[in-house]
Design a protein around this ligand. Sequence first.
Ligand code: NAD
Length: 369
Amino acid sequence: MQSISEHTGNSGSFPVSRKFTIFEDHKTQANKFKWKGVHITFLGFKMEIKDKKVLITGGAGNIGSHIADAVIEEGAKEVIIIDDFTRGREENLAWAVKHGNVRIIKGDICDRELLSKSLKGVDYVFHQAAIRITQCQEDPLLAKKVLIDGTFSVFDEAIKAGVKKVVFASSASVYGNPSYLPMDEKHPFNNTTFYGAGKIANEELAKAFREKYGMNYIGLRYFNVYGPRMDIYGVYTEVMIRWLDMIKEGRQPVIFGDGKQSMDFVYVKDIARANILALQSDVNEGIYNVGTGIETSLNQLVKSVLELTNPDLTPIYEKPKNLVIVSRRRASIEKIKKELGFEPETGLKDGLREMIKWKEEQPRGSEKE
Ligand SMILES: NC(=O)c1ccc[n+]([C@@H]2O[C@H](COP(=O)([O-])OP(=O)(O)OC[C@H]3O[C@@H](n4cnc5c(N)ncnc54)[C@H](O)[C@@H]3O)[C@@H](O)[C@H]2O)c1
């Protein structure tokens, strides 16, 4: 390791020393940041996961636990999970614990001391911890605390610890209702939710940390993620899980609204792979959509789910209760294809089949604990 520059920054009320480092074993690429008002160009590098120490916030959740599996498959030396287990589950990490060196820490991303201790010697961070959109609407102050203050703390402590790159979860929610389709990364922020506001703030914070401290980052705007390990126990379960419960009981699945609302459903393992590609890439600042580019209405989705479970049932329609419904959604994935080499690999039918199989295997169905 070779240190190329050092400066003093200000975090909260006390000054701290920040180091920019460059590593010799990586592919070169021009990379820019500003230091004391001067634009500096230096050689960038491709990140290796093998033998590295990785920290995943929200790592016991759906996406975070799949990222844990993926980094272990890439040969990570140690994986540290920070999760407060409000939604995460240890079972999600069973494969990772069996096949890798995993340390699970039950804690809050707003706890600075915990972050500081856990980040010692960490090479990379995947920041996934967040609360759901519905919970953000119910409790905007908590949304601010977890999404905005929590993310600020993760970025700030990562910089202090000398972390080489942060890949974080943004969301298609930043777009709100479409001005045009497919939504590319230049689509305006039509968001009107606290959750979306938090994710926009995360992206802006990443840019500011880059500008001031040279933080290497990629933010991924996930579209509608589904697959094994979706939360089936909590209060804020997703529509697919509720449908599967209803179908299992022989009841008609309920669609709120006319079912024409569309989404871009992307399989969770594809999301995990996008995270790995983002980390490994020599792109060190950027925001990317992660979706499939395919629009699926809730009517089409329920049809597919019923074909795979109980074709004798039909959906019923009820007045929407939810205030945060987006009319249509379809990602443009040109940028991530071109710059990070990402292509979705699992089609909706195959992904649903995997998810249904997994759900069937869960010991207690969706009973709440
Ligand atoms: N699932 C989707 O469709 C989707 C779409 C867009 C963006 N995202 C984002 O992706 C990320 C992962 O989502 P997911 O679907 O895996 O959700 P998830 O709820 O399964 O995972 C989030 C994890 O964060 C943990 N957590 C929550 N608050 C915490 C806190 N204060 N401190 C520590 N841990 C905390 C939860 O216990 C949970 O395990 C989130 O940032 C989410 O906003 C998800």
